[in-house]
Write a protein that binds this ligand. Structure first.
Ligand code: NAP
Length: 273
């Protein structure tokens, strides 16, 4: 699915180019977090595949707020740049929200700026945050209807859990959002027709937490006891119970990148106008 989305976007990028508009994405990475480095490299590769101009700004861990804001400011006014992505989490001495709030909302392709978050809440948006958008695409493309379904999201982060719940609600799901204070979690999750796990704990969702036939979406990017990449769902246990399930790796991750590319193309089209 992600390959198909990217193929469609490649054509759109080419059309924009022919009409004189290049599409550009700037990615900013501060520090040496190994996972962030991999994510940034994957974003760079996707831009190359699609013919999107990309600028990678790799800054040292010691970068000050002033220096980072100066870069964001420069990218905000750079006509070659349609999208700006600051890879999170930032090192501890930098405040994520101060930086995000300074990205121009029409270049905020992660959709983390309060203006874009508010628009998503209302249901009138230009960009959707990439991970929940990718999940909705997976659900649609699989022919699953959300309308009237019991949807349970485990996790309430601003990046995944909350916007995910909102998108399912927009499509008329009956949505429950769970978190670390939820009582009787497995009682709640086993009601779900659509279960989204965004917890950040390896193999957290077990077979007895899943309703037979449920659609199970695994957002987790965790490490198992051997250091191998795995999800929040115990795939081997849950796969026989679920009606459909996304694997890790190769599920939500590639769709997230495809949606980032889509947001960048959307921004480029808006800037062309
Ligand atoms: P996060 O900010 O750490 O949020 C985790 C959420 O899980 C919190 O809301 C937390 O509840 C909840 N939680 C923790 N322990 C729980 C428990 N025992 N029972 C029920 N809920 C519990 O994480 P995130 O940024 O949303 O990311 C979640 C996972 O998705 C991570 O593995 C991350 O690497 C992955 N991820 C993947 C992609 C992708 O593209 N595939 C993108 C983003 C994130 P509280 O709010 O009460 O603390």
């Amino acid at each position: 699915m992600s390959a198909r989305v990217k193929e469609e976007l490649k054509t759109e990028v080419e059309k924009l180019k022919q009409s004189g508009k290049t599409t550009g994405l700037a990615v900013v990475l501060v520090g040496d977090d190994p996972a962030s480095k991999v994510y940034v490299r994957n974003k760079e590769k996707a831009c190359e595949e699609l013919g999107i101009y990309s600028e990678m700004h790799r800054l040292p861990e010691t970068t000050t707020e002033e220096e980072l804001l100066a870069l964001v400011d420069r990218l905000n006014s750079d006509e070659n740049i349609d999208g700006i992505l600051v890879q999170l989490p930032l090192p501890e001495h930098l405040d994520d929200s101060v930086i995000i709030n300074n990205i121009r909302p029409d270049k905020d392709v992660d959709a983390f700026h309060p203006v874009n978050v508010g628009k998503i809440m209302i249901g009138d948006y230009d960009f959707l945050p990439c991970t929940p958008a990718g999940i909705m695409e997976l659900i649609h493309e699989s022919g699953v209807s959300v309308d009237g379904k019991e949807c349970v999201v485990i996790g309430r982060s601003n990046i995944v859990g909350k916007p995910m719940s909102m998108l399912l609600l927009h499509e008329n799901g009956t949505v429950t959002t769970c978190h670390s204070h939820t009582q009787n979690l497995s009682g709640v999750t086993s009601r779900a027709d659509i279960l989204v796990a965004a917890v950040g704990i390896a193999k957290f969702v077990k077979a007895d937490m899943v309703k037979p036939g449920a659609v199970v979406i695994d957002v987790g990017m965790d490490r198992d006891e051997n250091g191998k990449l795995c999800g929040d769902v115990d795939f081997d246990e849950v796969e026989p119970v679920a009606g459909a399930i996304t694997p890790v790796p190769g599920g939500v991750g590639p769709m997230t990148i495809a949606m980032l590319m889509r947001n960048t193309v959307t921004a480029s089209k808006k800037h062309k106008k």
